[in-house]
Design a protein around this ligand. Structure first.
Ligand code: SF4
Length: 911
């Protein structure tokens, strides 16, 4: 292979194992932290992931020529794991052998990127020349390096907004035909999808047959076909449901929605769906669409605003890089789509969020980019799609308040179905908090201070309505006047000083005082505290009454305004063209949502002083993080969130499947299904669900071992950290460590990371490394010697088959946190049996990370002597469980490595 010439600039690499500097002319040296910082301060140096290098050096202001930024400019929308090894792979260079070889790689990678700019075949050339001019004006350090190598195009380039295609308005899709699926058709489709000659899996065939029954015509309104399917890991669940879904979509002309909990599964589903559907239909429309909440997509209007001066300094550079990506992205999805997850963290601020439509300020057809808008395109495409891949929260929000009721999903498959309860819990929650109310104020009145952005309030957004319709104008003025009663900038400070302004701030101040006064948690400052909303002091009740009146005074003019918009739509004036109409419809929809929100808050406040409603759990909270208060809130949750779920999602649907590898309880008594049925909402639509179970084909008894370590005492942090370090050494990396508390995670990481890095065993950590979780998992997957430690999110979101994950370590039994909501549900759900069910489910999910394919094998270790035997049924039948000392556990882990080393690449044993 011919290697590109290195770029002659100094290069710096810092890891937990040390710091290495290479001069412009060559020659790498290990240097001290101080020398590394001095070098970076003196001249622009090449580095990879500047925030990470800064955190390794403990010098937050570090800057330099970050190769990730150059990569994002030259190859926008391309995947790259942000590590030396990942960068080498993305650029087709040999990976570095060790840390000391990294600076040379950085120089070669820079050379390769410069060479790409000169390559006549450079795929992402269009737009680069104009962008680099703008970036030079913004003093982007790379601009000077790259500009001489980017040729000026002969004709003027199409700018992003001209390059994007317009979506087409299409007619409404007719209602799906009522069809019966034959077993033969489903099985034949399954055979086609799994591929010629693929081994026929009995479990998968039976699973597909069971799933196909949800597509039968419904026999009574409000009573969908409901199936609950336990699908053991490895049965081929995805193709098992895509087979009947694709047959039904083909025959009926309808849309099937598959909803997932993790972005990772969405990505996999998109890939798997290619077996059943082409990328495009003959008419150019996509049969499969990934659909997410609007806050995930790039808002072109926000981007335009950012490019035209709305952003300054580093965020303005980010906007330019996002504009480069915007021209090449598949679908405009910024969170978990093809925008690198690491790009936002390179710029340290909330730049990415500011480029999405976070606050529902979209002006729909009033927007000059409406016909190119990614969000509008996804909505239109999904209305015509055969398969929509979405997430639980979006499906529920969409069912509750879709703009177009005809677009509500009627055939629904909830994969990762064990998360539906939690997703319903948050979707149907009501929270009246400082953060939420200030958001509402900004939506009504616009930002308070002179801000650079385009964000505007209701009056500006509906100026044309106000000038045409007096009653509408009065309603807007009244809403804006009443909106001043909501909290404003600086509210937290005023609460802390006990000088609240207005009735809502007064309520929040009373809530805060009551919460602190009743706090018995003994928690040190820095963690959230809460108290039941029962027996509240008179001050809170009185403040709640005044706050409810204030909220009503906002809601009433908003209702009047909604009425005026309706009137304009039903008797349209001459000036109202199709675009104006779409915009007013959008505004009416946004208004209805706020009116509903205000009504929910008022009802929450009305009940505060009265008797408790057994349907709900209400409590007050002060949210704190790292010793800083960030919100004060009154919360309301449904005791059983599947009740609203049943009304909003199940009742209107015709067929629904909840499926997962951990749907049923892993108990030793017979009642495996009781909790899955209770948590499906079936009882609320009076439907007896079809129950289906397919056992995993994996040989857990031969391929996995559960080790319960008995000699690490609870609370002994040095022992815990030592145990993690020794397990990682024994396993040679490939460890996924799960913690129940961030504090312990950080403390353990702080004690072990340097030592392990020096042994070539990097440990990445959620809540420590400035890297988003998705990227951390990519890094972990990519490097078999890396380990990853984190909290709950990793229990489900990590799908790493093969050699990179060979040991899962839990620091302790994952008991549920005894907060107010948990205590209420525990009381209603059978006391300690309820807790046990939760713990078994968590253990089963964590164990599920270990064996992802039939060739995987490894250890599942719990570092806690207090592991009740009744919880052992959480693990698959036949899995050996041993109670051992740490030394014995290490021997077994090493023995596992011996087996692996010979099976894999004939590698060497770790010392
Ligand atoms: S239509 Fe709305 S979301 Fe789309 S670009 Fe315009 S303002 Fe942004």
């Amino acid at each position: 292979m011919t290697l590109p010439d290195p770029l002659s600039l100094p290069a710096l690499h810092a890891s937990h194992g040390g710091h290495w500097l290479r001069s412009a002319s060559g020659g790498t040296q290990a240097v001290s932290k101080g020398d590394a910082i001095m070098a970076a301060a003196d001249t622009p140096v090449l580095m990879l992931n500047a925030p990470l290098v800064a955190s390794r050096l403990g010098y937050p202001d570090l800057s330099g020529l970050d190769l990730l930024e150059a990569f994002a400019f030259i190859h926008p929308a391309r995947f790259c794991v942000p590590t030396p090894r990942g960068l080498a792979e993305a650029l087709g260079l040999p990976p570095p052998e060790d840390d000391a070889a990294v600076p040379e790689l950085l120089q070669r990678a820079a050379g390769a990127l410069v060479a790409a700019c000169q390559d006549p075949e450079w795929f992402e050339r269009e737009g680069a020349w104009s962008a680099v001019q703008s970036l030079e004006r913004l003093r982007w350090p790379w601009a000077q390096v790259l500009r001489p190598h980017i040729a000026k195009p002969e004709k003027a380039e199409r700018w992003l907004f001209a390059r994007l295609p317009e979506w087409e308005e299409t007619g409404e899709r007719p209602a799906p035909r009522q069809v019966e699926l034959s077993t033969e058709a489903v099985q034949a489709q399954l055979a086609r999808l799994t591929g010629e000659g693929a081994e026929q899996r009995e479990g998968q065939r039976a699973y597909a047959a069971d799933v196909s029954r949800i597509f039968a015509p419904r026999s009574a309104p409000g009573r969908p076909h409901l199936a609950l399917a336990q699908a053991g890991t490895g049965i081929g669940k995805t193709l098992g449901y895509l087979a009947p879904a694709s047959v039904w979509a083909g025959l009926s002309g309808g849309t099937v929605w598959v909803s997932t909990f993790t972005k990772n599964l969405q990505r996999q589903l998109r890939a798997e769906s290619r077996r059943a559907w082409p990328v495009k239909r003959p008419d150019g429309t996509p049969p499969v669409v990934v659909r997410k909440g609007r806050e995930n997509y790039l808002c072109l209007l926000n981007l335009e605003d950012a490019l035209q001066g709305g952003f300054a300094g580093r965020p303005a550079i980010l906007a330019q890089l996002v504009a480069r990506w915007g021209a090449y992205t598949r679908d405009g999805d910024m969170i978990g789509g093809d925008l690198p997850g690491w790009l936002g963290t390179l710029f340290r601020k909330r730049g990415i969020a500011a480029l999405t439509d976070q606050r529902g300020e979209c002006i729909y057809a009033g927007c000059p980019h409406y016909r190119k808008c990614f969000i509008e395109r996804a909505a239109r495409d999904s209305a015509q799609a055969d398969l929509v891949i979405a997430n639980h929260a979006l499906v529920m929000v969409n069912a509750a308040r879709a703009r177009d009721p005809n677009q509500r999903p009627t055939r629904l498959i909830f994969d990762e179905g064990h998360h539906v309860f939690d997703a319903a819990d948050s979707t149907f929650a009501a929270t009246l908090s400082g953060q939420e109310t200030i958001e509402l104020r900004r939506w009504i009145m616009g930002p308070e201070k002179e801000s650079r952005g385009r964000r505007r309030g209701l009056a500006a957004r509906l100026a044309d309505v106000a000038s045409y319709d007096d009653a509408g104008a009065e309603a807007i003025t009244a809403a804006c006047k009443a909106g001043q009663l909501l909290p404003s900038d600086g509210w937290l400070q005023r609460l802390a000083e006990n000088s609240p302004f207005g009735p809502l701030e007064a309520l929040l101040a009373a809530v805060r005082t009551a919460t602190y006064a009743r706090d018995e948690s003994g928690q040190e400052a820095g963690y959230a505290i809460e108290t039941e909303a029962a027996g509240l002091p008179g001050e809170v009740i009185e403040a709640a009454g005044r706050a409810a009146e204030a909220l009503a005074s906002i809601r009433v003019p908003l209702i009047r305004l909604g009425g005026r918009l309706e009137a304009i739509l039903s008797e349209p004036p001459d000036w109202l063209d199709a675009q104006g109409r779409a915009r007013i419809e959008g505004a009416r929809f946004a208004l209805a949502w706020r009116i509903e929100l205000l009504a929910a808050w008022e009802s929450l406040l009305d009940r505060l002083g009265g008797p408790a409603d057994p349907e709900f759990v209400d409590w007050l909270a002060v949210d704190r993080s790292d010793a800083r208060e960030f919100d004060v809130a009154i919360h309301r949750r449904w005791l059983d969130p599947m009740k609203p779920f049943a009304r909003v999602v199940l009742e209107p649907a015709h067929g629904v499947l909840l499926t997962s590898a951990t749907l049923t309880d892993r108990t030793e008594d017979d009642d495996l299904w009781a909790s899955a049925i209770a948590r499906s909402g079936a009882a609320h639509v009076e439907v007896a669900p079809l129950l289906s179970a397919a056992e995993s084909p994996f040989d857990y008894a031969a391929r996995a071992e559960v080790l319960i370590v008995t000699d690490i005492a609870k609370g002994d942090l040095p022992a815990l950290a030592g145990a993690y370090a020794r397990i990682i050494e024994a396993s040679g990396g490939g460890v996924l460590g799960l913690f129940t508390a961030i504090r312990r995670l950080r403390a353990v990481h702080g004690r072990i990371a340097d030592r392990l890095a020096r042994a070539g065993l990097p440990v990445y950590a959620q809540h420590v490394d400035p890297i988003d979780t998705g990227t951390l998992v990519d890094i972990f997957r990519d490097d078999p010697r890396a380990s990853l430690i984190g909290t709950d999110a990793l229990r489900d979101g990590v799908d790493v088959p093969g050699h990179s994950l060979r040991c899962v370590v839990m620091e302790q039994v994952p008991w549920p946190r005894p907060d107010i909501l948990h205590k209420a549900r525990r009381l209603a759900g059978g006391g300690s049996a309820y807790d046990d069910r939760i713990i078994r489910a968590r253990l089963a999910q964590a164990f599920g990370r270990l064996i992802r394919s039939k060739d995987d094998h490894g250890h599942f270790i719990v570092l806690s002597p207090a592991f009740p035997s009744r919880l052992l049924s959480a693990f698959p039948k036949g899995t050996p469980v041993l109670r051992v000392t740490l030394d014995e556990a290490l021997q077994r882990v090493r023995a596992g490595v011996v087996q692996e080393a010979s099976e894999h690449a004939g590698g060497t044993l770790p010392s």
